[in-house]
Design a protein around this ligand. Sequence first.
Ligand code: FAD
Length: 470
Amino acid sequence: MTQAETSFDWIVLGAGPGGYVCALRGAQLGKRVALVEKRPTLGGTCLNVGCIPSKALLHSTEVLTAARDHGSHHGIGGTIEVQLDQLMQHKDEVVAKLVGGVRQLVDGRGITVFTGEGALAGDGEVLVRGEEGEVRLRADAVILATGSRSVELPFLPFDGETILSSDEAIALEAIPEKMVVIGAGAIGLEMGSVWQRLGAEVDVVEFLPRIAAGFDPEISKVAERIFKKQGLRFHKSTKVTGASHGKEGRVVLTAEGPKGEDLSFEADKVLVSVGRAPVSDGLGLEEVGVELDEKKRVKTDGHFRTSVAGVYAIGDLIAGPMLAHKAEEEGVALAEQLAGQAGHVNYFAIPNVIYTDPEIAAVGYGAEAAKEAGHEIRTGRFPIAANGRALATDATEGLVLVHADASTDRLLGVEIVSRNASEMIASAVAHIEYGGSAEDLARTVHAHPTLSEAVKEAALAVDGRALHSL
Ligand code: FAD
């Protein structure tokens, strides 16, 4: 390879939502960008084994529950059968289409892709080891976007067969009879719902006293009640302590219950969804002096600069919520900053979503966080059951909470449990982004009939004037 073929303005390491979006924005801004990815396809965790395949499975199983559990009441009946291989094939096709689409975008913008494992080699150099050997690349800026991987429990290492990470839980070839999900966060609740809808008995074991602990207790409580009705079984304040072999290839988990009592769970499959850890090993970081924090994330300043000049980091690899849209926004902001523009991420306005049915979505502060930040708040509530569209679409479970500062009415946070909450939250994000008030949100026209009207009504309720509830 000639020097021209290995010299770039920027090298981006990792082609997930952080890395590939940063590369695209850099190319838009006229930079020569190399994108290094060890997977054969682009798109990272999110497109290959995360956001997209999980949402495809959630959708397929929502089609199933709509027909099987609610069909008769619409005059739709008959035998419903699940063909798991076809359901998985649909998911795989969605993933293939999207990762192919990213490749087209990247190629179309003139970004050079290197397939292989990259590591810093000092002085703006990156060594890429691929199937075709080694190549040494050079650039003025190196952007680390190597993402994250599932965390293992020390006494329960992943074996890909019985003890699963989400990578395997999105690709099972048979429906398990009994599944235990350890961890009731986004991934546990989403994948637990998928397999429960498909017919598995699912026990969700959570160390904390509530599920969906990233949200306010009121939201967790409402969500738990709904998911229990659907058939998920929750064991909160329960700590899994060990595992042994059971009958017929099953595993027996031992646990300590809320009162210190001994519990045990038998399962054909155990999904360990207790969090994700940054991929900061094997990148030559220590050798060149890139500092890590106590969680092995790359330390960055407010401009994504690491402790080594010319080396930057974004996405799951650095502090902050491990979310695809956070990684993307950081990718764009960094690209713009490196090109001399004023790229910026408003971390307060990053929505957080769990894609169960109903979905859970929030932006800004929850009630507890708002009070901790020193705000006196007024909260408007609106039950989804009072929304016309919800009634017409079998989506009556849930509520909306709108928190505003008691003296200024500034919108501080919105929390939603509802079908389509992931879409409904967008208007709240926009108001928070612009520094709007609950009054602004309440006066924004929301189309009728939509579930989003519940957001407007909850904003009206901040001032005690919701129109469609008493
Ligand atoms: P990643 O997407 O992890 O990409 C990093 C890339 O770097 C990978 O492709 C990896 O192969 C590559 N890489 C690593 N080391 C090297 C190396 N040395 N050389 C070359 N390449 C390397 N987030 C949401 O916002 N919404 C969701 O609905 C959602 N659902 C999820 C569901 C699941 C099951 C999982 C696991 C995650 C989900 N996430 C979701 C989280 C989301 O996937 C991550 O936050 C996001 O992918 C982070 O983007 P990233 O670019 O930082 O890293």
